[in-house]
Design a protein around this ligand. Structure first.
Ligand code: GLV
Ligand code: MN
Ligand code: MN
Length: 412
């Protein structure tokens, strides 16, 4: 194992036990809950160990600065940032989906701190600050809206709406944060010149390409819709089949319709979450609530897909005597990462360029800053699951790639 791969492993082992479920082997690191708060403490300790002051934006996002917040590069306080202007931002998120993998999010943060170490060891002389970020609630696993921290920072979501989002136990985002979120940073694009997020690949394109690191080209438009199906709760043994108003039937048909309509369009549709009332073996349910995650290469395809699923669910609800309410919970437009930056990084790293169906804070920030993403090979190609993986050598290759990118963007 290379020295860098060993250092990656040492850093990785510090956080590996945090929020790990012993049974599934997956992670339960929901935003602003105990395990994620421990990771935020770890983030602060990493920054402190490197002499990088940490700032917050009032939205729950953390920023560790190599250089200062006035735009002065490291060791150059007082120059007013004249040399370089905005900082180069990197980093990712610390939260996970339920029973998620280890790499989705934390890899981008561990790699960023190690990339700073690489640059320092090589005597790099940045002309603008380098900043490592940890964005809050990227997965939307606790409050329902993915990329909540980056949406707040960029003004993509109204802070009052974000403040009132509630988790399954009824705790609001504002209460979890300890304050009403501050919302958009009007000087965002002055403060940050570029954002580069390193992330584990969530597919097998890099395995097929035989490359440890790739560069992202685009993110499919995607969103989440809540389908609430209401019927009549009743006794499983005494209610005649013909008399039932069973929302579980409408639910089952909706799931199959989503799969079929997505396949017909070359799109993706998933119903991965469901809540049943009263959730009893011997009762016809009164309410079934499920969440549709839908994604497609083009926004028209996504709109048609969701309309088709909605229409089929509504038709089935009429037949079942149930009632349907569909509520959009989040929407992310297509993202084409900055073509000049992406091309420059792909050439610098001699890395393949690939699109993705996964959402990222980089996708949100891309609307405000030149933004790019690096992907690290994932041998299983699996993500949002304990089976997600990356070898220490590939993670080290990711650190080297990110260090080269930061050197290119911050030192010239
Ligand atoms: C985030 O990982 C998403 O694509 O849902
Ligand atoms: Mn994810
Ligand atoms: Mn992620």
């Amino acid at each position: 194992m290379s020295d860098l791969a060993s250092r990656f492993r040492a850093s990785w082992d510090e956080i590996a036990p945090v929020g790990r479920d012993a049974d599934s082997g997956g992670y339960l690191r929901y935003a602003l809950t105990a395990p994620e708060l421990r990771l935020r403490e770890w983030f602060r300790a990493q920054a402190e160990r490197r002499g990088m002051p940490v700032s917050t934006d009032g939205n729950g996002n953390l920023f560790a600065w190599w250089g200062d917040q006035n735009g002065n590069p490291p060791g150059d306080a007082g120059q007013g940032g004249a040399a370089g202007g905005g900082a180069v931002l990197t980093g990712s998120h610390l939260d996970s989906v339920p029973h998620g993998g280890a790499y989705d999010g934390p890899l981008g943060i561990v790699s960023a701190f190690l990339a700073v170490d690489e640059l320092r060891a090589a005597g790099a002389d940045p002309v603008r600050p380098v900043v490592v970020a940890a964005f809050v609630e990227e997965e939307g696993a606790r409050f329902g809206v993915p990329c909540l921290g980056s949406r707040l920072l960029t003004g993509e979501i109204d802070p009052d709406r974000a403040a009132g989002l509630r988790d399954a136990a009824g705790v609001s985002f504002a209460d979890a944060l300890g304050a009403r979120p501050a919302g958009a940073d009007p000087a965002l694009s002055d403060r940050f010149a570029t954002f580069v997020e390193l992330h584990v690949e969530q597919g097998r394109a890099l395995v097929d390409a035989g490359a440890p690191v790739g560069v992202a080209s685009a993110i499919w438009p995607h969103g989440r819709w809540r389908f609430e199906l209401r019927g009549e709760g009743n006794h499983a043994g005494t209610t005649r089949m013909a008399d039932r108003r069973d929302p579980m039937l409408t639910f089952a048909f909706t799931v199959l319709a989503a799969n079929k309509e997505a396949r017909l369009r070359g799109a993706h549709a998933t119903v991965g979450r469901v809540a049943v009332e009263p959730n009893a073996t011997n009762a016809v349910p009164s309410t079934v609530t499920c969440w549709l995650d839908a994604r497609a290469a083009a926004p028209e395809t996504l709109r048609e897909l969701v309309e088709a699923v909605h229409a089929k669910a509504a038709e089935r609800a009429r037949r079942d005597g149930t009632e349907l309410t569909v509520t959009p919970e989040s929407a992310t437009p297509p993202v084409a990462f900055d073509a000049g930056l992406t091309g420059r990084l792909a050439e610098l790293l001699a890395a393949p360029v690939l699109p993705t169906g996964a959402g990222h804070d980089a996708g949100v920030l891309a609307a405000r800053l030149p933004t790019a993403m690096l992907f690290v090979r994932n041998p299983t190609g699996v993500s949002h699951s304990p089976a997600e993986s990356a070898t220490d050598d590939d993670c080290a290759a990711g650190v080297v790639a990110l260090a080269r990118v930061l050197e290119e963007l911050a030192c010239r």
